[in-house]
Design a binder for this molecule. Structure first.
Ligand SMILES: O=c1ccn([C@@H]2O[C@@H]3COP(=O)(O)O[C@H]3[C@H]2O)c(=O)[nH]1
Length: 244
């Protein structure tokens, strides 16, 4: 039984049209958002939710796959307006979401700045400032690998490190769906590992794809790329072959 909706958020990014794909999982008791976009995305989220007769006010929980700004940028604003929403994240990512630890993406951006060609430095500096200004939010519930959250027919946590150490994907057994977040992306219709530049540990990222391939999955949703159109298990297998 399909109990989720993709919430494609379309926006302009440096003159180019981009789309991010948070997911809404729901039943009679819960409305659970998975990832929430950049800072300032609350209106876009409300518009996407309105297509399903819902709003941010309807949310009961928000699962953050990892602390990249395009996944948690709007989190603090959402939590401020709707403190009843429980924020959920992996134990290894929670300290970066709540601000106890410095963002790994910010560490990466700062440590690679000097080696960049001069032409790339202004953009990198702007990204650093953007990350420094990102607001943090408390994590209300910490989850671990293989934990099954009892809502909406069950939501299994799959720890899929690589892009970041505390990155999680989700498995919805009731619809045989994987919500992969940034464990994989769709590029020109093909599954791949997210941008290597932003994948902090490529070996872990490959092992995470192998883990996803162990699930009985018929549907797969990427944050960058949306719903994969094709045989999910075969596509994950092919992806692994290409990195073997
Ligand atoms: O100049 C920059 C560089 C990067 N980023 C974000 O950082 C993210 C890293 O992981 P991702 O693959 O999910 O997406 C990336 C981008 O959205 C950005 O907003 N501006």
């Amino acid at each position: 039984m399909k109990n989720y909706h993709l919430l494609p958020l379309s926006f302009e990014n440096s003159g180019q049209q981009s789309i991010l794909t948070p997911v809404l999982i729901h039943d009679e008791e819960d409305c659970i958002l998975v990832d929430c976009g950049y800072p300032g995305f609350t209106s876009l989220l409300d518009e996407a939710l309105a297509k399903h007769q819902l709003s941010l006010q309807s949310l009961t929980k928000l699962i953050v796959s990892h602390h990249d700004i395009d996944h948690m940028g709007a989190l603090a604003a959402i939590k401020r307006s709707y403190p009843q929403i429980d924020i959920i994240a992996h134990e290894q990512d929670a300290p970066y979401i709540n601000g106890t630890c410095k963002s790994l993406r910010l560490e990466q951006a700062e440590s690679t700045l000097d080696a960049l060609p001069d032409a790339a430095k202004p953009g990198a500096k702007a990204f650093i400032s953007y990350l420094q200004a990102m607001e943090h939010a408390p994590v209300d519930r910490i989850v671990a690998d293989r934990e099954i959250l009892p809502w909406c027919g069950g939501i299994e946590i799959i720890h899929t490190p690589g892009h970041m150490p505390g990155h999680i994907s989700l498995y919805l057994p009731s619809s045989k769906t994987i919500i992969a977040a940034d464990a994989v992306v769709i590029e020109n219709g093909v599954l791949d590992i997210a941008n290597p530049q932003f994948t902090l540990d490529m070996d872990q990222a490959i092992a995470s794809v192998e883990r996803l391939g162990q699930y009985d999955a018929e549907h797969l949703i990427c944050y960058h790329g949306g719903l994969y159109e094709g045989d999910v298990k075969q596509a994950l297998h092919q992806l692994l072959q290409s990195y073997a």
